[in-house]
Design a binder for this molecule. Sequence first.
Ligand SMILES: [Zn+2]
Length: 140
Amino acid sequence: MSRFRTRNLEAAQRAAERRRREDEAPRLQELVPELESLRFEIEEHRAGLVLPESTHIRRVSVEHAPALFEIPCLDSWCKQGGHDITSAVLRALRARSERFDGEHACPGRTGGADCQRVLRFVGIATYRSEPGEKPGTTNG
Ligand SMILES: [Zn+2]
């Protein structure tokens, strides 16, 4: 009958599910081998207003990261919410974009209503230059 226990169980199940999807996803390095670094500036909006407590920077360790970008909804009452920005991010990385941004509305529910949160992200990426492209390195 404990509500907290149920919520913890749900959270644990979601975490396990996410880990499974991350394990199954291809590695980021395989899909975008020239990617050198990647980070996101994240903020959530609600009714058009930025939620200051939601803003943060998320660094991706590109050597080990799965090609899966799911950012949890930060509303603690939100169920089945979250922001899957994988396809937008992969598209930008394959195009070697150094800076890209996007929005994603949370599809979750809080109580009896739709979750109103909208994630805004800015991705900042660097890439290794391709072999042979380096200017004038003859020695060392
Ligand atoms: Zn949500």
